[in-house]
Design a protein around this ligand. Sequence first.
Ligand code: COA
Ligand code: ZN
Length: 330
Amino acid sequence: MSAFQPPQRLFIHDVAVRDGFQIEPAFIPTERKITLIDALSRTGLAKIEVTSFTSPKAIPALADAEAVMGGIERVPGVQYVALVPNARGAERALGCRADELNIVMSASESHNRANLRMSPAESLRQFADIVRLVDGQAAVNASLSTAFGCPFDGEVPDALVLERVGRFVDMGICHVTLCDTTGMANPAQVRRLCAAVMAAWPELGLTAHFHDTRGMGLANALAALDVGVRRFDASLGGLGGCPFAPGASGNVCTEDLVHMFQSMGHDTGVQLDALLTQARQLPQLVGHPVPGQIMKAGAWDRRYPLPDFGGQRSEQVRLATSPGACGGGA
Ligand code: COA
Ligand code: ZN
C-alpha cells in the first residue's frame, strides 16, 4: 500500500484538552475547557480525549476532571475518552460515564517509573484489574508510551513493543495506541513497527500518536497511513507533551494533519474550517503562540489578490499570469 493510494476513511482523535492542557503552566478554567470540547464535538472528530483521571498532585492542570466530564455535552457519534493511569483512575472515569478508558503505560521501564511511579509489570497488573473492573461498561484502549524511543532508555526494541501489545491482547484489549511520546520516531521505523503489529494482530484497532518534537510528525503519520493505520491522535494547534518526559513538546497538529489528509483526497469526516476557528482561539486561551501552521497560512487553496500596481501590472506579474505561463520561479 502507499500513502498515494485511493481515498481512505480516516478517523481523527483530538487530544488537546488532555495531552495539550496537561503541560500548560497556567490552569485553563473548567468552563473554558468545556466550551472548547463542546465546539470540537461539532467538527466531525471521531474521538475527543476529554481529560485524565490521574493524581491531581501529578497533573494539577487536569484536577477538574470530574467537573469537565460532567459539564460537556455528549454529541452522538463522538466518543468521549478519559486517560487512566491506574485502577483508582478507572473507577473515577467509570463514575463519569467515559465512553472509553484510555489506559496508559510505557514500553520502556524508565519512563513508566518517571511517569506512573511503578514498574511496567505493576502497570500490566493494574491493566488486568481495570479490564475486570470495566467489564463492558466502557470501551478500553491501551496507549503504549515511548513505543518508538525513550528519553531515558534510548532505543526501544520492536520486540519489547510487540511483547507488550501481546499482553494487552491476551487481556482482551482490542484497541491499542502506539505513542511516540517525545518525537523520536522516524518514518522508516513507523512503517516497520506498525506493519509488524498489524501483521501479528490483523483485527487490532491500531491508533498512531505522534509528537512533532523533531519535525517528523506529519511524515510519521504518512508512514503509518502507508502501512494501513486509519486512526490518528492529534492535538488542536499542536499543543501537547508529557510533563514527565524531558524535552517533550507538542503532538502532531490536528488541523495540519486533517489538511494534509484532505488535500490528498482522504476523508477524515472533519470540517477543517470549524477546526481552524477553534485553533485560532487557542493562543488567547493558553496565553502563548501555538505551533499549528494551517491556522496561520490558511489551506492550500487559499488565494491572495494580486498587488495593485496603480493600474500598471509589472512585467513579472504579466508573465506569471499570461496563458501558458509555467510559474514565476521559486
Ligand atoms: N486519581 C486521583 N488521585 C490518585 C490517583 C488517581 N487515579 N491515584 C493515586 N492518587 C492519589 C492517592 O490517593 C494519593 O493521595 P494522597 O497523597 O492524598 O494520599 C496520591 O495520589 C499518591 O498515591 P500513590 O498510589 O502512592 O500514587 P503515586 O504517587 O505512586 O502516583 C500515579 C501514581 C499514577 C497516580 C501518578 O504518578 C499519576 O497520576 N501520574 C500521571 C501521569 C500522567 O498523566 N502523565 C501524562 C500522560 S501520559
Ligand atoms: Zn502524547
